[in-house]
Design a binder for this molecule. Structure first.
Ligand code: ZN
Ligand code: ZN
Ligand code: ZN
Ligand code: ZN
Length: 90
């Protein structure tokens, strides 16, 4: 017998969705249909583009940033928006 279990909440469900980012099989409550990703990924998503997983936190604004939206500065990161502010302060 095969039971479908959500990999986040562990509850059995009729239908499982597959997260486009991590591949977890999750129930509809733990799935963001608009983005096609699971709840866990949604919480670790870049706050700038909201498309990719974050790799760090911006030193300036404290937002989660992905590789594409940030530049590594020393031990931390700077998001592209803060970077603009730093550079474009004229
Ligand atoms: Zn679930
Ligand atoms: Zn996921
Ligand atoms: Zn991003
Ligand atoms: Zn920032």
């Amino acid at each position: 017998m095969r039971s479908l279990k959500c990999e986040i909440c562990g509850e059995e469900t009729e239908k499982l969705m597959s997260c486009a980012l991590c591949g977890r099989k999750v129930c509809s409550r733990d799935f963001d249909e608009v983005k096609g990703i699971c709840e866990v990924c949604r919480e670790t998503l870049c706050e700038i583009c909201a498309l990719r997983l974050a790799i760090g936190i911006c030193n300036e604004c404290g937002r989660l940033v992905c590789e594409d939206c940030s530049v590594k500065v020393g031990a931390g990161y700077l998001c592209r928006e803060c970077l603009k502010g730093v550079k474009g302060r004229a």
